[in-house]
Design a protein around this ligand. Sequence first.
Ligand code: NAD
Ligand code: UFG
Length: 339
Amino acid sequence: MGKILVTGGTGYIGSHTVVELIKNGYDPVIVDNLCNSKIEVLNRLETICGVRPKFYQISVQDKEAMRQVFEENEIDAIIHFAGLKSVGESVLYPEKYYSNNVGSSKVLLELMDEYRVHNIVFSSSATVYGVPERMPIVESDPIGNCSSPYGDTKYQIELLLMDYAKTHEDANVAILRYFNPIGAHPSGLIGEYPTGIPNNLMPYITQVAVGTLECLTVFGGDYDTRDGSCIRDYIHVCDLAEGHVYALHKLETKPGLVIYNLGTGRGTTVLELVHAFEEANNMKINYKVGARRDGDVPENYANCDKAYKEMGWKATRTIKDACRDSWNWQSKNPHGYDK
Ligand code: NAD
Ligand code: UFG
């Protein structure tokens, strides 16, 4: 496999994965409509990698424009990151989420058929497990019953991919269920910068640290956990990016359908993450403990043994590494990719 179509490749996880792909000798072709990322990412990628990846500014939903990409490039595999990911927004505009997320996945599968591309890696999420019955979560645990339209789109796309694999003998499909990605490339040239006030914990912490936001609210201090705050499985985005290279290697063995959790296997509380950030960067974060946030589950962390056993992948970076790298990115780019 050489040429990899990376949809959503200028986004947070996509851009880090493009770095890993180039490092491992692959030739990524990025498709992104820039609805949640900036063109400046390409300059940063060129600085890190020494080559500028090929880029098309189009929506994956636009089948005719996508057909051109397949005509112009002999694609060996697709990594499909493109999608909308705001849980709150999806509750307000579910149809936008279904048409963008499910719609673009359908277009890709149709074009895979047409151009005889057999391999696809899909960005799924721990959210497909809904309210999990036990911890840590294994891949065979029940999915569905998601707590948002965003989660439902991930579940629907998984079903679509499972049916595709069933009906296409030559298809190789890797569904990767990410837990909570944090951190940034150690260069500080690429990282996460959400538009507006961040919903996610780490960008909120870094924006308090840089002075853009005043105070972090810890959502709930009365959960039945070791310090009362929620537990999540925070994974360094570079570990996650490497997971995609391992998944491509796995697809080269023609496994049909495979599904892996990508996390660290360790749970960290909100307060532990805040304190790890303070320690890693030798600073204080202004925070207060407030009310619970609707829809949060008390704990969510992965069993990642399957990814290790079958692909040889495991996360190697620590929470402290991620806290240092998130701050390195944020402090060097207080306004993200904007000047
Ligand atoms: P991101 O928003 O930074 O990246 C997604 C990219 O897709 C953006 O650059 C956006 O412009 C692009 N995009 C969206 N719709 C498109 C379309 N129709 N055509 C072309 N480009 C389009 O998000 P991310 O954090 O990098 O997430 C990547 C994928 O991983 C998403 O599918 C997301 O749902 C999934 N995921 C993310 C997390 C997380 O916490 N970040 C967790 C689990 C799963
Ligand atoms: N949190 C705070 N204060 C904040 C933001 C978050 O205390 O300002 C807490 C949350 O309550 C939660 C933890 O930090 O306990 C992590 O919250 P995030 O919003 O960063 O992440 P979630 O686990 O809620 O959501 C993530 C992804 C979603 C995905 C979900 C389920 O962002 O896309 O995991 O897997 F759907």
